[in-house]
Ligand binder design. Structure first.
Ligand code: RAM
Length: 365
């Protein structure tokens, strides 16, 4: 019996041992399952921007307004970079308001955030009216970039700004260009876009400062008018300038919409020998006017390059170690490495180009 008893005791010890072993293994399994669940939960809550779940990068370009060929040219740069990197890796949205009012873009920014955009590239219609909306977008994990300009005084509300050129050069460049066309003498006016446009206001201030240079003492700025970047209003404002200032020698239009409309008015009224129109124009729109002598020439930069850089910034952040901050560099494809300046600017070009009948054939946008 002793043997039997001993056997029972042995069997009991063995059973207890097995139970203990099983408990240990079950605890390990439970811990592993918990870790797995936590990891999955973490991945599911990862910051926004992975959007569709297929890992595609959702990019939004919101221009001042739709219907402007200038922004179509800029958008073509997004499309070119996306084609280079693989269209299946992106979802690209080029959306915006019909008019460039200070708050007209809010609903488009909010919709992009709802749609879990990875990044929004915004050509802002106001330097401060959108700040609360920009903050909300960034709190939701969306990269918020300004493109084609900056938002002076509100730089803390954006991650970086893709600049077509150093805006500090535009005022001097445009006054010197006009001075050359009118022999540095006579009445001039400015036909701008909307009164709230940050880029326009920066350039107008720059032109007024440039006019203080004694070199331009015989040039007199008689008026600044606003065409809202609408062809019709720009045409009406140009007609009014010519009627109000019979001695007007030149009109500077720092907007591709304004310069095209104003040049058309000069062509129709056959006053190109008397009134010189220049400013910032789109080569594809201005070619006809330079070729027929209505416009002596104009300036601009490279809008498609801005869109191209935008896509590579997103690609480098999503797939590399790039984070948008002053001093950070990223590979920008055919443009090589680009570094964000200390003021948060990603510069597409350093200064504007002048287009006239010596070089227009080289540009297709
Ligand atoms: C118009 C718009 C745009 C500006 C160009 C030069 O297309 O005002 O914002 O960058 O002109």
């Amino acid at each position: 019996m002793v043997i039997t008893g001993a056997v029972n005791v042995l069997v009991e010890i063995k059973l207890e041992f097995r139970m203990e072993e099983m408990m240990k293994r079950m605890k390990k399994l439970a811990l592993a399952a918990l870790c797995l669940i936590m990891a999955m939960a973490f991945l599911a809550c990862k910051g926004s921007g992975d959007t569709t779940g297929s890992g595609k990068i959702k990019i939004y370009f919101i221009p001042n307004n739709l219907g402007n060929p200038y922004f179509d040219a800029l958008s073509s740069g997004f499309e070119q970079a996306i084609a280079e990197l693989g269209a299946d890796k992106f979802e690209y949205y080029y959306v915006g308001p019909a008019s460039a009012g200070a708050t007209d873009q809010i609903e488009y920014i909010e919709a992009a955030v709802q749609n879990k955009a990875f990044a929004i590239f915004l050509a802002a219609n106001s330097e401060d009216a959108l700040n609360a909306t920009l903050d909300d977008a960034r709190k939701a994990g969306v990269r918020l970039y300004i493109i084609n300009q900056d938002i002076p005084g509100s730089e803390s509300h954006r991650d970086a700004a893709i600049m077509p050129v150093d805006f500090g050069t535009i005022g001097d460049a445009q006054i010197e260009l006009m001075g050359g066309y009118i022999n540095y003498e006579g009445e001039i006016a400015i036909l701008s876009a909307t009164t709230s446009a940050p880029d326009q206001n920066t350039w107008i201030e720059g032109m007024k400062k440039a006019l203080a240079n004694p070199k331009y003492a015989k040039m007199k700025l008689v008026d600044v008018v606003y065409g809202d970047d609408q062809p019709e209003k720009s045409t009406t404002e140009m007609e009014a300038l010519l009627n109000k200032y019979p001695d007007l020698r030149g009109v500077i239009c720092p907007t591709t919409v304004g310069i095209a409309a104003a040049t058309k008015v000069v062509q129709t009224r056959k006053v190109a020998d008397k009134v010189k129109v220049t400013g910032l124009g789109l080569p594809s729109e201005m070619k006809q006017y330079v070729e027929d002598g209505t416009s002596p020439g104009f300036q601009l930069w490279d809008p498609p390059k801005e869109g191209y850089l935008a896509v590579y910034m997103c690609w480098e952040e999503k797939n590399g170690s790039f984070k948008p901050a002053p001093g950070a560099s990223f590979n920008a494809g055919k443009y090589g490495s680009i570094t964000i300046r200390s003021n948060g600017w990603v510069m597409a070009l350093e200064e504007p180009k002048t287009f006239d009948n010596t070089n227009l054939a080289d540009f297709v946008y």
